[in-house]
Design a protein around this ligand. Sequence first.
Ligand code: NAP
Length: 493
Amino acid sequence: MQTNKDVPLAADELEVLIIGAGFGGLGAAIKLKQAGIHRFLVIERAQDVGGTWRDNQYPGAACDIPSKLYSYSFAPNPLWSRIYSGSKEILAYIHHVVQTYKLEPVLRFGQEVSGMTFDEAAGLWTVSTQAGATFKARSVIMATGGLANPNTPRINGIGSFAGKVIHSARWDHDYDFTGKRVGVIGTGASAVQIVPELVKRAGFVKVFQRTPAWVLPRANFAIPAWGQKIYGKSNGAYGAARGALYWLHEVMALALVWHSPLTHLVENRASAHLKRQVKEPWLRRQLTPNFRVGCKRVLISNAYYPALQKPNCKLLTWPIDRIVPGGLRTVEGVEHQLDCLVLATGFDAPKNSTPFPITGLNGRVLADEWKQGAQAYKSMTVSGYPNVFFILGPNSGPGHNSALFYIEQQIGYAVQGIQARLKSGCKFLDVRPEIQKAHNQELQARLSKTNWQSGCKSWYLTDEGFNATMFPGFATQYAKQLKQFNAQHYSSR
Ligand code: NAP
């Protein structure tokens, strides 16, 4: 429906531009097509789809959410080979989805966005890329990913290292680790997967730990052929398995999001895992966390503790003083000679910045407004930046359930918002500032009661301790708030 207010799009203008071709962007493309909205493109800075699963191909890379749950609900894959699939298999699934839904024609690669600006009179976003292209679109779906840009740690002398430096999210598959002296910085979700693989090949591996994490055992068995057959034949069996996994993870919120008796149960389970796998008291002490489980990301691994105890592996807990050309010096003065430094140091999650300048109504710049911490309405829209929908935006992170479930809710909300604008015929919808403010006041009050705010330092928080990343509730609650796009919460022009 088109009303007088609507300014028709010119031939080269899009209804929607999706930025990013990972799970979020591709899912949005599928749902736009299914909603009958065909005038859109997906732009991607790399040369392939896949987002974090394209980038994180380090040895041992896998997802710690079961695959039946960490996949689109509308694109079941009965052939998942294991409970927790590896990164290669997840990337193959993404490619399969792209083919199945015939997305190739709408994909544009090599388009790294340099900035986007809103033209109020035309009701259009202009998105420029470093490749020199310009896209004009009524709406933008920001699917740039929360964990897209590697974090290079600010350690003195990091640029002076003469050996090889590899970040976990930018693996160099041509580098031969055989016999090499390797230092691994970081002991998070990436490191616990990399270290067991590195010890198989390297001469020795020194793991530099700043903070020990809670580690739970991982029940990762292969799905037998007969099981895959059943899932292939019966949507009911697949759906039941996915549903069971969903509710199992929902219950985990009681332990990981809030402090409850279940929190202690999970801590006891992790402590028992440590006790069973590490017999040496000194090492066990070094690996015992001093913060509440759930405060930082809980890790799952059966292979990490055994790997640390291999003759060619050593855990080092002295703080790092500086990197030197020949290796790394710890504060007690020991210099560790290294051929290769593996940075398993995580990502620059966009907690108080944007991946590129976003200029909204009256020249306001989103990064300036987010300096103290990113905020949005229901993680999806930001006042002053009309017709922009964020996938995995502020406070949308799950600590206990599948990010894919959250992404699907966000896509549904974005498509509804775009449809609402089309239906009303207005040029743009802009969330009301008072609605956004009230939402965030309530959200922060709820966050203050969660385990994430219980005193540890994590990538969920800004340096000042503001939580701009996590959603303080069950996935079911998150889905409920995004079920219905409420146009009354938006002003239209
Ligand atoms: P991370 O959880 O942020 O861990 C980074 C590690 O590097 C931490 O141990 C951190 O120590 C250490 N570090 C950072 N800067 C340092 C410095 N200057 N000096 C010494 N140590 C430093 O990163 P990640 O392991 O890549 O995981 C990030 C997120 O990606 C996870 O939380 C998860 O959401 C996702 N992920 C998931 C999987 C999976 O599904 N299996 C796998 C990988 C990643 P501190 O703890 O002291 O800060």
